[in-house]
Design a protein around this ligand. Sequence first.
Ligand SMILES: *Cc1c(COP(=O)(O)O)cnc(C)c1O
Length: 432
Amino acid sequence: MVTTSFKTTKSEEIFAAAQKLMPGGVSSPVRAFKSVGGQPIVFDRVKGAYIWDIDGNQYIDYVGTWGPAICGHAHPEVIEALHNALAKGTSFGAPSVLENVLAEMVIDAVPSIEMVRFVNSGTEACMAVSRLMRAFTGRDKMIKFEGCYHGHADMFLVKAGSGVATLGLPDSPGVPKSTTVNTLTAPFNNLEAVKALFEENPNEIAGVILEPVVGNAGFIPPDAGFLEGLRLITRENGALLVFDEVMTGFRIAYGGAQEKFGITPDLTTLGKIIGGGLPVGAYGGRRDIMSMVAPSGPMYQAGTLSGNPLAMTAGIKTLELLQKSGTYDYLDRITKKLSDGLLQIAKEKGHAVCGGQISGMFGLFFTSGPVHNYEDAKKSETAKFSRFHRGMLERGIYLAPSQFEAGFTSVAHTEEDIDRTLAAAREVMSSI
Ligand SMILES: *Cc1c(COP(=O)(O)O)cnc(C)c1O
């Protein structure tokens, strides 16, 4: 934690070379640190709660490869299971018992899921679910919320969160109007806006999709009654309710936000944690709806690498580890300590902040708040966040490089890691 020794020479060299080879030097936009300025660090290896960059600097990690690393990076049991699976081959393109095992675990855990289909990413899961809700209802329109991110498929790039929010992109060029005319948007936590959309579009809305706890516009929990209200409105209008739990699944609780809040949607998308650090997505829900998916039904969706044995193996082992009693109590306890500590330190140092956490997911906005939706979140002082981010980075704390991304802890994070993080924050908050 000695700032004077912080050198990132090799990272800078590698990133400079990367920028000539790949757009922006990265394989996914937020990684480029554009919104916080400076250069990204280039990773060398990860283990437990820590990452090491190519220059040998060690960091306490609160990104966790954007969510999957909930058991800590490179957990020895996950690595061992992968070694054993690797010996049997890397891809089958045919049924394997591993799919049954993970499917059963997902169905047992997530209240809404009676049948599941595995895909390769959260984006794919959300694409498929939008097709499915339309196929099932015979309606074309859907409602999403401003600042919610459901992957990069065309129809979701309307007022989207994550990198779209981070980079301040309005909507992406290359997305034809014809694909987004059917995407209606409302502010998060605003039931009246949703009701109005249903009134303006009678019998035309297939469903409502949302992050039940927003993580892609910063951390924004649902107001009391919001999820209940959506359940009621969708039911009254013959529309489907879809929880995108790619981020919140197995993180907010083992059964996701739907378990935590006791609201059961019709369909759910998953990703991140269920792949245990390998590329996976999934969508599932009511048996009658899922039965429409090919080859059981007429809605086409397929994937060469879907149900990949390595990804299934990492997912199974990760969920097994999460089943240990006390997992979510522990995540909640250390994350609350972190979140409360950050808020208290920031306020002591005179900064306007708000934030919070549920289980191992947290957020801190540099605005007095309260933040109920993306409009509120955008009032944050992003320049101050950038200085905070940089100061923490230099002290060995790796935070998501955007004001508009949630943070994540893992069961590998210790009380001592949190104490070190808060000590760093106390220094940084004094100088921003
Ligand atoms: C990450 C994320 C996605 C997209 O998943 P990818 O695996 O990056 O394609 C979709 N929805 C939510 C809520 C996410 O957090």
